[in-house]
Write a protein that binds this ligand. Structure first.
Ligand code: SAH
Length: 355
């Protein structure tokens, strides 16, 4: 048997002390343990890493979001100053592309105060390198200043912890991480009341309280002062039963219990639940639409053609492949969804609400 990871040893000790661990706690430790958490010490992105995200595939992704952001700034009344907030900014690539594209909108760049919500010291260093010193970091949304704001989040909510429940004999039981033979981590079921209608035996239900809490807080913020958010993530439009928790290491799926702290753990975002939480906070929500609809609506093809004109044939191929990857029906195009939330009374942001 392989030696346990340092985090695994810690988790085994915690379970021995406190009993089987709910998955949200397990996920939070695997991703965010201050020393051994997956994001804490490494750069997980790109061909050499574990996975790749849309902004790392092509600059066009961030540029189109930059145009959306600049339009949102105008819809807020082009304030003299506003907070441009990104949740989970990774390498800082998306924000850098947003700022470059934002040059087309007079006043946008001067008005933007950049705030990054990021827990990983390793990624903060990369963000500082990319974006320079004029940015402010936050551990969580709690310390963000008040006032007009535009919030961007790409593949952030999928990394926030969830819990899972499994139906057994007309009751919901909670899935928890416990100890098997030889102190191996195993999934088990524990009695835990859940106020939801029962389902067929074996059904899995996921709850994302941490996600919904953030959406509700942002919703309240937009009810109090002008604001807009754009949320992009893989997930489903309507709440559904099913196990979507997954682990990825070096571009391959593995068990969520394998090598804790060394694999990325994510689960699909329940956009229906997220939209409800934004609305509970007091915001209006738009969409979700697919990433394909969003990017095509924002002019993906025109932008790709323009870039292609300046490129040599090899580069043109790369651009074509990136467009396919971002918007293709069987690639990220349909799997990823895009949702907006705005202060009530603001006009519906394009391309939401367009046929
Ligand atoms: N948006 C980037 C990165 C996505 S990966 C991109 O598209 O490339 C998830 C990001 O969220 C990483 O930057 C990670 O460090 C950060 N993150 C994960 N959990 C977080 C939490 N609880 N609070 C703040 N940031 C978190």
């Amino acid at each position: 048997m392989k030696r346990p990871t340092p985090l695994e040893t810690l988790i085994v000790a915690m379970i021995r002390d406190d009993g089987p661990m709910p998955l949200d706690r397990y996920m939070a430790l695997c991703l965010g343990h201050p020393v051994h958490g997956y994001y804490m010490s490494r750069d997980p992105f790109g061909p050499e890493g574990d996975f790749i995200t849309a902004p790392e595939i092509s600059q066009i992704f961030g540029e189109l979001i930059g145009i959306w952001t600049a339009a949102a700034f105008q819809a807020l009344g082009a304030p003299e100053a506003f907070h441009l907030i990104e949740l989970g900014p990774g390498r800082g690539t998306l924000m850098s592309d947003i700022m470059r594209a934002g040059r087309v909108m007079p006043g946008f760049r001067d008005a933007a105060r950049i705030h990054l919500v990021e827990t990983s010291p390793a990624l903060r260093r990369q963000q500082a390198h990319k974006l320079g010193n004029g940015v402010t970091w936050h551990e969580s949304i709690a310390s963000l200043p008040e006032g007009p704001a535009i919030v961007i989040a790409n593949e952030f909510f999928d990394a926030l912890p969830i819990r899972q429940f499994e139906a057994r004999n007309g009751q919901w039981m909670e899935r928890r991480v416990g100890l098997g033979a030889g102190d191996r981590l195993v999934l088990g079921l524990a009695a835990q009341h859940l106020d939801r209608p029962p389902a067929a035996d074996g059904s899995i239900l996921e709850t994302g309280t941490a996600r919904d809490d953030i959406a509700r807080a942002l919703g309240a913020r937009f009810a109090a002062s002008p604001g807009a958010a754009l949320i992009i993530d893989y997930g489903h439009v309507a709440s559904a039963l099913g196990d979507t928790l997954q682990a990825v290491r070096r571009h391959k799926f593995c068990s969520i219990l394998d090598r804790p702290g060394e694999a990325d753990l994510t689960s699909h975002v329940d956009f229906e639940s997220l939209a409800r939480a934004f609305a509970q906070g007091g915001a209006a929500t738009h969409g979700p639409i697919t990433q394909r609809q969003f990017l095509l609506g924002m002019g993906l093809e025109t932008r790709a053609a323009l870039l292609g004109q300046k490129a040599n044939p090899g580069e043109r191929d790369v651009i074509g492949r990136a467009v396919e990857r971002l918007a293709g029906e069987n690639q990220m195009g349909n799997l990823f969804k895009v949702m907006a939330a705005t202060s009530p009374g603001l006009s519906i942001p394009y391309p939401f609400g367009s046929p």
